[in-house]
Design a protein around this ligand. Structure first.
Ligand SMILES: [Zn+2]
Length: 257
């Protein structure tokens, strides 16, 4: 016996099915990541058209069938339309959706991931925040929510909390100057270290309240590129598009995108 349930969530991805339908992946507060059919969503004028579009956030009334969910109604409260107006912004947004899809599971508590995703997409829409920084804040917090956050509060070898200028990717954290001892580690700028500590301890609501110097941001980028390269076993499509089309040109021009 199926039943109607109300879910709050966001569309992570949507694919056409048959002539008029869409199959969507939803990240929900109540059921984690689920797959659902939006029947007739591709018919002109369909009430489910928005429910079949990535980034749509709101309430979804779904019918739980034996093997899949079907969306009956959707009340979308935020479409994140401003994101779509800028191609680079949209690429970052799609990258965030892919990361959320990578980490989220069905029937697990994804409240924090959903909240992080929502706040991070809003941060992309704000002109005052550079997207390069928003991306790194999102990446580090997403990893931490999923139990893969590094230890950046003390030296992994001696426990010292003073002066932690090195980040050891394989060991997953910081080392002091005395404990590096010829090992391989990435240099970590002091402001970048402080930013990582802030990101890991801050509530999601307060995450996007700081800026970084170019030097600190570059250090954070280097550490997270290596850390994610080691722990994340997926190549994200939107990131590839971003790197190929936007990052080199705008960084060369000294512009933040
Ligand atoms: Zn040490």
């Amino acid at each position: 016996m199926g039943q109607n349930i109300m879910l709050t969530g966001m569309v992570l991805s949507a694919a056409p099915v048959g002539e008029y339908d869409r199959r969507v992946t939803l990240l929900t507060r109540e059921r984690g990541k689920i797959s659902a059919f939006a029947r007739g969503a591709r018919r002109p004028g369909s009430q489910l058209m928005a429910a079949g579009s990535p980034f749509s956030f709101g309430k979804f009334e779904v019918y739980e069938g034996r093997s899949s969910y079907s969306i009956g109604k959707a009340e979308i409260s935020n479409y994140f339309r401003e994101l779509a107006e800028d191609v680079a912004n949209a690429c970052y947004g799609f990258y965030f959706l892919e990361v959320a899809d990578y980490y989220a599971r069905e029937n697990t508590d994804e409240i924090h991931m959903l909240k992080l995703l929502y706040q991070s997409l809003r941060a992309l829409e704000k002109e005052s925040l550079g997207n390069r920084l928003v991306r790194r804040v999102f990446e580090l917090k997403a990893m931490a929510i999923n139990g893969e956050g590094p230890n950046v509060f003390s030296c992994l070898s001696c426990g010292s909390e003073e002066g932690l200028p090195w980040f050891h990717v394989r060991r997953g954290g910081t080392l002091c100057g005395n404990c590096l001892k010829g090992g391989k580690a990435v240099p970590l700028d002091a402001s970048a270290l402080y930013a990582m500590q802030f990101i890991l301890t801050s509530s999601i609501e307060k995450l996007y309240t700081f800026t970084l110097s170019e030097q600190a941001l570059c250090s954070l980028e280097q550490v997270l590129d290596e850390y994610m390269g080691f722990y994340v076993d997926r190549r994200f499509h939107a990131l590839k598009v971003l790197e190929e089309n936007f990052m080199f040109a705008t960084q060369a021009a000294g512009k933040d995108i």
